[in-house]
Write a protein that binds this ligand. Structure first.
Ligand code: ATP
Length: 915
């Protein structure tokens, strides 16, 4: 809502209630958030907030009182289910300010009957600052990025990016340029972008930032002043100088400070438990822009699903942190062969040693999300189960360490083994000793400390439980004394403990001598309730003992949390080590399961893949064979640069699959994974570009020719000799001649200027002629066979050029009506003959297509007669049949087939087909 509308209306005589006054004041201070205003057991939303939230959550919109003469729209969510509603609001891009009562209502009463309970916002919940398990996807990092811009005096500016995942404490800073910003944002895949308003005034930057389609939090101040930025950062980390963070650039400092300021604001001043900012080596990662990531469906499909993506196909991790690490690695493949080799060494060992892999994975499976639990404890939002997560992760670390002990390990696994031992064993001892078997969700529920751990706690619990027993005895005694077997001692929050009896008995208890003991409290329909002095005493003892037990448990919780918080760094190291081990063993499992091989990765410009497969398509074929294909873009002996492969072939022949599989193999190799091939040698790729023609891009609703050209331009401007470029049917979105010319000029540019390795699929067969002029270009085609007039797609890549497109045959396979297929064949034949006789240059109306159509539309070819045996075959579900039923079905089919052949002699049908 626009709170200002409701705050001051001079001359209005309508009174604003004190509560509304408080609400409006808080809302005005948080105009960009929905305000969850605590009222008892509900968070209530008012005015426009209520309207927005009720729409977004599908909950009822009601009214509560009036404000300035008008009904106040209101909706509410129960506090105990707030997480659920928050999650849905955050997923829709809202920010929520959670406003709690910060004093006891009794305190407010003391100030006077009409005083409003003090309330304040305790936290802003925003998409990029979540810590709760219920609000987070366990297998995805939840990153907030903050941007800064520092003018350099020249035309360009330096852009700082700070990336923070407060659910794990990770904090990274880097510097980039406006031209690389979009690619960097795509790599970081943030949940929220914090950006100084001034940057959004720049049209170009605004387009890039909004193009990311994630919630944006504009902040008023641009902290570009170095001293201020440094102060913000050092304050947040409680240090006196930023020297310990390394040599951060001005842009990095500014972005870091912006991130920290925003997080402090959302967490209401609490110093966020973050790791100190670390610089990334940007040159060490393979650059993949957003369009390429989308078209290669790396982490989600074009439709937005995880299933069907590369990540989904290769993910065999068994822990949430491992899942996140694999996704992060896939987002940032490496470019240094040394680091890639280290990862590959780990995978190799675990491929070879199946037993070790199995043992490790079994232990890892039981490992909880240590880093997020520890972070919640540090945010003071944790509970007993978070302590148990830390305990169980420490146990897993210890057990994994035992399994790895004494082995000869490659460097990465050796470092992992070191980190497993980082946390002090005393932490595990402390948690193990204290925690009970079953644990409540909240500390305030109590009962999470093992009995025997703390004598005071045991004494308080005993007193509490003993008193409960005494109450049970009291019931028996009262029943005996009064002779009323139906007498019960019960408890409600309002009355505390009381005696309940049926009404007639109640009447007796109200008379002497009983009324000296039993004090009448309530008459219900058919029952009466009484209190006694003994019950009240016991009640107090129980409450006091319970309170005392809870206080002791809370103190124990605090102490254990503190131990965990102080062990922050070693615990993070342990969590990282377990996650890295999970990824290594998961990739090894994948390699063993799907017969992947170890790629060779070096600094050459080679690209030689034998027997390559598409990692996602091959799994989707469900056991049907995937035809493996090699790819050789390695520079030939006479050239320095890699080669360009021009692929033609029928629709559905497998061109797109082939193009993408080679890009995916390069990515897999560079994240340090084995690859789906029989062998692969790859000179590291520093930039990967993939573009698909307009029609293939329809799913994203941006299939315009313009977008395709803008993206192609970006490739031609940026690709270098180390890049790998995948272009699928570029130029398809316009008229034939324009498209052909653009595609041809693009290939020439890639060949002559960019000097990159590239794969180019096209239906413009004319382009294959280019190989005569461009020495690094060679042609390949998808092999097809023809069988009885139908095309058979063999999905096999062979040298050479497709003789034609087979579009009509494929259309027939797709079920286009026979009449349309026949008509298309006729038109094609006419067009081809017009082409041969040189008529194609004539005006469109002269083309045979139009003259034929105008002259005489041919009669539709008759639909093929139905064959009863085929219809029956269609009706059979082999999975439903017993062997006997299958045999019977086979006899039935044979019989049907026999009678069908009598009705439709074979040569009669053949002649129909040929017509
Ligand atoms: N190597 C292969 N082995 C087995 N099946 C394959 C192979 N390549 C592709 N296919 C199958 O063929 C289908 C079509 O492949 P793809 O989309 O790559 O063809 P295309 O030549 O790019 O078609 P179009 O020109 O119509 O875009 C795939 O979805 C897959 O099911």
């Amino acid at each position: 809502m626009d709170a200002s509308v409701h705050t001051s209306h001079p001359g209005q005589d309508h009174k604003v209630t004190p509560m509304m006054e408080q609400y409006i004041e808080i809302k005005t201070a948080n105009p960009d958030c929905l305000l969850f205003y605590r009222m008892g057991d509900f968070y209530e939303l008012f005015f426009e907030d209520a309207e927005q939230a009720s729409r977004a959550l599908g909950i009822m919109l009601t009214k509560r009182g009036k404000h300035q003469g008008e009904d106040i729209p209101m909706c509410g969510v129960p506090v105990e289910r707030a997480d659920d509603y928050l999650q849905r609001l955050i997923a829709k891009g809202f920010r929520v300010a959670v406003c709690e009562q910060i004093e006891d209502p009794a305190e407010a009463k003391k100030r006077g009957g009409k005083s409003v309970v003090k309330r304040d916002v305790v936290r802003l919940v925003t998409p990029g600052t979540l810590t709760e398990d219920a609000l987070l996807d366990p297998r995805r990092s939840n990153r907030l990025i903050a941007l800064s811009r520092v003018p350099t005096g020249e035309d360009t500016a330096r852009i700082g990016i700070a990336t923070v995942d407060i659910s794990t404490g990770a904090f990274i800073v880097e510097e980039t340029s406006p031209s690389n910003l979009a690619t960097d944002i795509a790599r970081l895949d943030p949940a929220e972008i914090v950006v100084p308003e001034a940057m959004l005034d720049d049209e170009l930057l605004e387009a890039i930032i909004r193009g990311a389609r994630v919630p944006i939090a504009p902040v008023a101040r641009d902290i570009t002043d170095g001293a201020t930025a440094e102060r913000r950062l050092t304050e947040a980390f409680g240090v006196t100088t930023s020297a310990g963070f390394g040599q951060l650039s001005r842009a990095e400092l500014a972005a870091g400070a912006t991130a920290v300021s925003y997080i402090v604001r959302t967490q209401r001043g609490a110093r966020p438990p973050l790791s100190p900012p670390k610089q990334t080596g940007r040159d060490d990662v393979l650059h993949i822009d957003g369009a390429t990531r989308a078209s290669l469906e790396l982490t989600r499909t074009l439709g937005g699903d995880r299933a069907g993506s590369l990540l989904h196909a290769i993910d065999r991790t068994v822990t949430p942190a491992g899942g996140r690490l694999l996704a992060d690695r896939l987002a940032s493949p490496l470019t240094r062969p040394g680091s890639i080799t280290q990862r590959l060494d780990s995978v190799s060992l675990l491929v070879e040693d199946a037993r070790l892999r199995r043992d490790l994975r079994a232990l890892l499976k039981a490992t909880p999300d240590l880093v997020r639990a520890a972070q919640r404890l540090a945010f003071r939002r944790g509970g007993p189960r978070d302590l148990a997560c830390v305990r169980d992760a420490l146990i897993a670390g210890r057990d994994v360490s035992t399994v790895l002990a004494g082995r000869d390990l490659p460097a990465e696994l050796g470092a992992i083994r070191e980190s497993l031992g980082a946390p002090d064993p005393k932490i595990l001892a402390a948690l193990g000793d204290a925690l009970a078997e079953t644990l409540p969700l909240r500390t305030s529920d109590g009962g999470f400390v093992r009995s025997g751990y703390d004598p005071d706690l045991d004494a308080a619990r005993e007193l509490r439980d003993e008193s409960r027993k005494v109450i049970a005895q009291l019931q028996t005694r009262y029943a005996d004394e009064t002779g009323q077997r139906t007498l019960r001692v019960k408890h409600t929050n309002f009355l505390g403990f009381f005696v309940e009896v049926p009404a007639p008995t109640g009447e007796i208890l109200r008379t002497p001598p009983w009324n000296a003991t039993f004090v009448h409290r309530q008459t219900l329909q058919g029952a009466m309730r009484f209190s006694t002095v003994e019950l009240s005493d016991l009640e107090q003892r129980i409450a006091a003992a319970g309170d005392r037990a809870l206080a002791i448990e809370s103190a124990i919780f605090e102490r254990l949390s503190q131990i965990v918080i102080e062990a922050g760094d070693p615990l993070k190291d342990l969590s990282d080590a377990l996650a890295a081990l999970d990824v290594a063993s998961a990739l090894a499992e994948l390699a063993a399961d799907r017969s992947y091989v170890r790629p060779e990765v070096d600094l050459s410009l080679d690209f030689t893949i034998e027997g390559g497969r598409h990692p996602v398509v091959e799994q989707a074929l469900n056991g049907a064979p995937f035809i493996a294909n090699g790819c050789d873009l390695t520079p030939s002996a006479s050239a320095e640069n890699g080669r360009i492969c021009m692929i033609t072939g029928p629709n559905m022949g497998g061109k797109s699959t082939y193009l993408r599989q080679n890009a995916l193999i390069a990515i897999l190799a560079q994240i340090g994974s084995f690859v789906p091939a029989s062998s692969a040698r790859i000179g590291v790729v520093d930039r990967l570009f993939s573009r698909v023609g307009a029609a293939d891009d329809l799913a994203r609703g941006r299939s315009t020719f313009m977008v395709e050209m803008v993206e192609t331009a970006a490739i031609l401007n940026q690709a270098g000799e180390r890049s790998l470029v995948i272009l699928d049917e570029i130029g398809r979105g316009t008229s034939t001649f324009d498209g052909l010319s653009i595609a041809s000029a693009t290939v020439e540019h890639l060949h002559n200027s960019n000097g990159c390795r590239a794969l180019f699929a096209t239906h413009f067969h004319e382009l294959t002629e280019l190989s005569k002029r461009l020495p690094r270009l060679f042609n390949a085609t998808m092999r097809v066979a023809e069988w009885k007039g139908d095309v058979v797609l063999l999905h096999e890549v062979v040298p050479g050029v497709a003789d034609r497109s087979y579009g009509i045959q494929v259309a027939k396979l797709a079920g286009l009506p026979a009449s349309v297929v026949e008509r298309a064949k006729t038109v094609l034949a006419e067009l081809e003959s017009a082409d041969r006789t040189g008529k194609r240059g004539k005006p469109v109306s002269d083309l045979p297509l139009f003259s034929i159509a105008a002259a005489a539309p041919p009669p539709s070819a008759p639909e093929p007669e139905s064959d009863p045996s085929l219809d029956a075959l269609d009706g059979i579900d082999p999975d439903d049949l017993t062997p006997r039923a299958a045999l019977e079905a086979l006899y039935r089919l044979k019989a049907l087939r026999k009678s069908a052949s009598r009705e439709f002699p074979r040569d009669a049908r053949a002649s129909k087909k040929d017509r």
